[in-house]
Structure formats: structure tokens, C-alpha cells
Design a protein around this ligand. Sequence first.
Ligand SMILES: [Zn+2]
Length: 124
Amino acid sequence: MLDEERLQRNKKWLEDERARLKSELDCMSPAMDEQERPGYGTHLADSASQVFEQTKNLAVCQHLRRTLEEVNRALEKMDKGIYRVCDRCHGPVDPARLKALPYATLCKACQERLEVVTRPRRKR
Ligand SMILES: [Zn+2]
């Protein structure tokens, strides 16, 4: 069982994580806007590395955003009192899993099924 104390601790962790992710996204966005302004691409020699940087930032940004969504979802589920319920099969999420990954919104079986779909060639 996931006791009340652990739940509160997870909530605190999620709130901290949400603040951290938001601030990271905030400092990333202005830099990205700048790269999209007109004039970009006029220096051909710099383009390749610029595109590389942009792609890298975008990937990091997307990852941060996705994590933020998961954190938000977990907090929303806490509010509704369904934090321990899997989003997909509505079965219970293993408390040990929530302990290790406070923003887990799926049970282990559903998560694994999802990963097989999105990452078909994952190496073991
Ligand atoms: Zn499930």
C-alpha cells in the first residue's frame, strides 16, 4: 500500500519537478524563437551546426514538455483521488512503481505495452 505520508512526499516531489520543468522550458523557448527569426540561413557555413543545435534543443524541449505533461497528469490524478489507478486498464498501479517513478500514470503492464508500440526496435 502507498501510505498517506508517501503520497504527500510524492506530491511535493511532483510539484517541485513541475516548477523545475517549467523554468527549464522558459529559458529554452526564447533561444528557439531567435533561431527562427528572418536572417536565419543567410550564413551558410553556420547553418549545419545551427540546425543541429536547433534539433537538439527541440528534442530536449519535447522531452521536457512530455515529462511536464506526465507530472501534471499525476498531480491531477492525485486531486481526483485516482493517483494509484492506471490510466489505461483502470487497474491498480504498483506502489513500488510510484515510489520509483512518482509521475507514472500507467501500470507496469500497460507501460510496457505502450513502449512496444512506440519503440518497436528497443534493444534489451
Ligand atoms: Zn494498466
